[in-house]
Design a protein around this ligand. Structure first.
Ligand code: 76R
Length: 255
């Protein structure tokens, strides 16, 4: 029997894309706009302080281009936590001025490619550094880096190149080479890889954070030449945004 690589799952993640109804916003009375800003800010602050769950993290980003205006990224221990967040947002006066243009649901994942020992012999079998690395992947913090990039991707299941037909060793080699490319961006790019198998349109959601947008472009470009992506990567839409603190929501909406 074919065995899927072992995986460990961590926090669930919701990427919530919203566009602002600018006409409605401009036409709304000052009082209503103030309330929307206050309630939006309070909602976001509570989320960023993770006052709504045992653990997790949230961040707000302004998105460039026509695909959305705002992106809320939430990591929480359970899907129920994320579901509650969606409903809490709809309770705010800000929600009346937004429309959801897209969303993405996934769960952070570490797989057997990272460490065989971790899965075969348990977490005590690996050194503290690797344990910390794995923990960090499963319970990601949103860094203060200014820029975010999000895109969904899958591994190809084509006639010529089918990821899921490869032997584990071949996949592990490809992922190790992929990891080598990634390591060259240590300190510049932080990434969250979350599986969306069974949850959303692609197989993973990729969230990259960096303080220089050129590094984001460079890593995605360089990985295109690496066989793990050039042969096996299939991509959805790309989104790019800038992080901003909840207190700046009023300034953002004032334009
Ligand atoms: O052991 C190792 O060194 C490899 C660790 C590693 C794994 C297993 C790793 C490292 N990744 C892994 C898995 Mn990754 N990653 C992506 C993208 O745009 C593209 O072409 C690809 C999108 C980026 C930018 C990226 C970055 N990675 C995965 C998987 C799951 C595969 C599976 O389970 O079948 C996907 C879909 C994926 C995609 N990866 C790294 C990076 C970076 C920067 C690193 C090295 C730094 C680090 O480990 O934190």
């Amino acid at each position: 029997m074919v065995e899927a690589p072992q995986t460990d799952e961590g926090w669930f993640s919701l990427h919530d894309f919203r566009s602002i109804d600018w006409d409605a916003w401009r036409d709304a009375p000052e009082r209503e706009r103030r309330r929307a800003i206050e309630e939006g800010e309070a909602f976001l602050k509570r989320r960023e302080q993770v006052a709504d769950a045992e653990a997790g993290d949230s961040g707000l980003f302004s998105v460039l281009g026509h695909k959305a205006d705002l992106l809320f990224v939430h990591f929480r221990p359970t899907l129920d936590d994320l579901s509650a967040i969606e409903r809490r947002f709809e309770d705010t006066a800000l929600a009346n001025f937004t429309e959801r243009t897209s969303s993405y649901v996934s769960v952070t994942e570490v797989s057997g490619y990272v460490s065989d020992a971790y899965f075969e012999e348990g977490r005590e079998a690996v050194d503290a550094g690797l344990r910390r690395y794995i923990e960090g992947k499963l319970k990601p913090e949103i860094p203060d880096d200014e820029y975010v990039c999000f895109y969904p991707m899958s591994k190809r299941r084509g006639e010529e190149y089918n990821w899921y037909d490869l032997d584990f060793e071949d996949r592990a080699d490809l992922m190790a080479d992929h990891g080598e490319v990634g390591k060259q961006y240590a300190g510049k790019i932080k990434q969250v890889i979350a599986s969306s198998v069974g949850f959303d349109s692609h197989e993973w959601g990729v969230t990259l954070f960096g303080s220089d947008p050129t590094d984001i472009k460079d890593i995605v470009y360089e990985m295109r030449f690496d066989p793990a992506s050039s042969r096996y990567g299939e991509f959805g839409d790309f989104y790019v945004g800038r992080r901003f603190p909840p207190v700046d929501l009023g300034a953002y909406l004032a334009g």
